[in-house]
Design a protein around this ligand. Structure first.
Ligand SMILES: Cc1ncc(COP(=O)(O)O)c(C=O)c1O
Length: 341
């Protein structure tokens, strides 16, 4: 019996302080053993490179409660790998995959009461992050780093969950052609806040970004990748060096191919050719699959399937993905699910 009193069915995607978080420090070339702490504040040096030069990165993954009450993670090795790609790009020390996954497991177990019950649709969101700290002022990599993982029970990221939302193509770029768009680093997100604010002010769920070099192709939403289903039933998702390689997107790609025998293509999605698609969606750990009702571009709202109904292909991809994540459907790959013992 859980000791926390939470209205699981009405959770949004909001911060909530849970009981324990994991902290490990890298200094003099190595990570310490790491430990769980109760304090949710960090004290860091005023010159910390994370504060001035954005030397930091983060991840996002979820723990799921199954029907039998067990807890499981979905492909945490992919998040560990992506975090290390971010670390390499920003000259931060790599975090061994076992340490990353062990930290997540320690946090889940220490906060087990916050893992939402099966059937509520809610999950435990894990937020690993790394920051460059230590005394510093010039532009150079930090000499000390903190790796931490905290967790929050969450519901849907976009209001309403599996309901279509509309996005607006932004005039701003999220990332540069050879910049850090493919890494999960804070600067990408700070730069996208204004676009998001403007989109929301006009009544859209979020901004959608075009490729920064030519502004002709859809890249991604500020917090999720884009996919479209063509009228001849192909799964298409943008291929670009400046979008975040989404674990959810690559999982959906494999599900579309292996469960539904669909052709899957990573390629160009031209914003003036949206007629090619019968359905479209935004996908990510937080967004899961959020059907895209329409995209606003050049004073025109292009509606895909419907602004109120979910398309059949989007629905079956969602059911399969979520079924695997919550343990109701057997994954075709052994390493997709890690059970917490
Ligand atoms: C910019 C961006 N794109 C896509 C995604 C989706 O990635 P994933 O499916 O790995 O959560 C996220 C969330 O992590 C994101 O922040």
């Amino acid at each position: 019996m859980s000791k926390v009193h939470i209205d699981w069915g009405n959770l949004g995607f909001d911060y909530m302080k849970t009981d324990f978080r994991y902290i490990s420090v890298w200094e003099n070339g190595k990570w310490d053993n790491g430990k769980l702490v109760e304090d949710n504040t960090l004290i860091i040096e005023e010159g910390a490179p994370a504060l001035h030069y954005g030397q930091q990165c983060f991840e996002g993954l979820k723990a799921y409660r199954t029907k039998s009450g067990e807890i499981q993670l979905f492909r945490p090795n992919k998040n560990a790998k992506r975090m290390n790609d971010s670390c390499d790009r920003l000259l931060m020390p790599e975090i061994p995959e076992e340490k990353f996954i062990d930290a997540c497991i320690q946090v889940i177990k220490a906060n087990e009461d916050y893992v939402p019950p099966y059937g509520t649709g809610a999950t435990l969101y894990l937020r690993p992050f790394m920051i460059g700290v230590g005394d510093n002022i010039g532009l150079k990599p930090a000499n000390k780093f903190i790796f931490s993982v905290f967790c929050i029970p969450v519901g849907p990221y976009f209001k309403g969950g599996m309901k279509p939302v509309n996005f607006m193509v932004s005039d701003y770029d999220r990332a540069a052609p050879n910049g850090t768009g493919a890494q999960k680093v804070g600067g990408n997100y700070a730069g996208s806040l204004l676009a998001q604010k403007k989109a929301k002010k006009l009544g859209f769920a979020d901004a959608i970004f075009l490729d920064p070099a030519t502004h002709t192709k859809i890249e991604e939403v500020g917090s999720a990748n884009f996919f479209g289903i063509t009228k001849d039933n192909k799964f298409i998702t943008p291929l670009s060096p400046s979008i975040l390689p989404s674990v959810t997107k690559y999982s959906l790609l494999e599900i579309a191919r292996d469960y539904f025998d669909m052709d899957v293509i990573e390629g160009d999605v031209f914003v003036d050719n949206l007629d090619a698609f019968s359905e479209a969606g935004a996908c990510g750990t937080a967004a899961v699959i959020t059907p895209i009702g329409g995209i606003f571009y050049n004073d025109n709202l292009h509606v895909f399937y419907s602004e109120t109904e979910v398309g059949p292909v989007t629905q079956k991809l969602y059911d399969t993905l979520v079924g695997i994540q919550f343990g109701d459907i057997e994954p075709k790959h052994d390493d997709w699910i890690i059970k917490i013992k």
